[in-house]
Design a protein around this ligand. Sequence first.
Ligand code: NDP
Length: 322
Amino acid sequence: MNQQSILVSHAGGPEVMELGDAPIEAPGEGQVLVKIEAVGVNFIETYQRSGVYAVDYPFTPGTEFSGTVTELGENVRHLKVGDRVATSSGTKGYAQFAVVDENQLGKVPANVDLRLAAALPLQGMTSHYLTHSSYLVRSGDVILTYAGAGGVGLLLTQILKMKGATVITTASTQEKKDLARAAGADYVVDYNQVEATVDKVTKGQGVHAVYDGIGKDTFDISLKVLKRRGTLALFGGASGQVPPFDLQRLNAGGSLTVTRPKLADFLATDEERAWRFGDVFGWVASGELDVRVGQEFALKDADQAHRALESRKTTGKVLLVP
Ligand code: NDP
């Protein structure tokens, strides 16, 4: 049987993503077939599509999605047909169906909408590992992050507030600033106001940690506003990748720490994945964490979704609906 999926034949702009027919694969040992409800759009797919990250072509993007299990492969232990599931670590998700290893799937709580569940695993678990593992946030910390109305930004801000931090963030429009404030951010400022704001809020001491997903345009300021022994977690490059830099700057800045983490390394075991997935879905189920879907596109309009994300036109999560 065939399905519709997005195919990328070579690296390029959003226009290289075309809807086409592809076979529905059969689940192998320890795998299940998932009928996809919605797909989370993430920056990683723009890096893969454009050639910033190497992939083999033809390529179908899509790591994050939610759906229903429709078929089981051999020796599947924890899932059954009909289970509602979500993943941040699938492959070929820009499609109607995908085969996934069962240990990469988490069960969606009964009171969480299945489409909404596609908006959470990747950015939710990223916010979780940043705050719980890359730099463990403590009550009273002052934390700087950017793009407070973005997919990660809205979730990260709420989690930082749950942990008792003071949050300084940025946003480029008034609408985005209002969203970041509603998520709990204490100070929402223009990018050129970051240094002055940190100075004022911390009385010149600097912030305990910076979570920087903007990269090229913000890296220097991120290093500059850290307090002595502060930590910079550089987790993305929405404005471009950071060029090589002189390690002596960490010494001169006050024994600073810089880390360049990625989600896969913080889902290293089944236990770790279950912990992070359970926490973020549990917070949504209990109403502690609000997930905002800013835009939805039909699967065939994946190119428009990428254009919107890359041109700063989105807020919260962007979904594709097959
Ligand atoms: P967002 O929804 O945050 O979108 C990116 C936002 O960045 C924009 O809306 C914009 O907000 C801001 N921005 C500032 N400068 C630029 C620029 N030059 N071009 C585009 N956007 C810019 O995206 P995500 O939440 O999906 O991802 C945020 C970052 O997190 C990305 O860099 C992504 O790669 C990274 N990431 C990393 C992971 C990891 O494990 N390492 C996992 C998940 C995401 P504004 O207009 O308000 O400035």
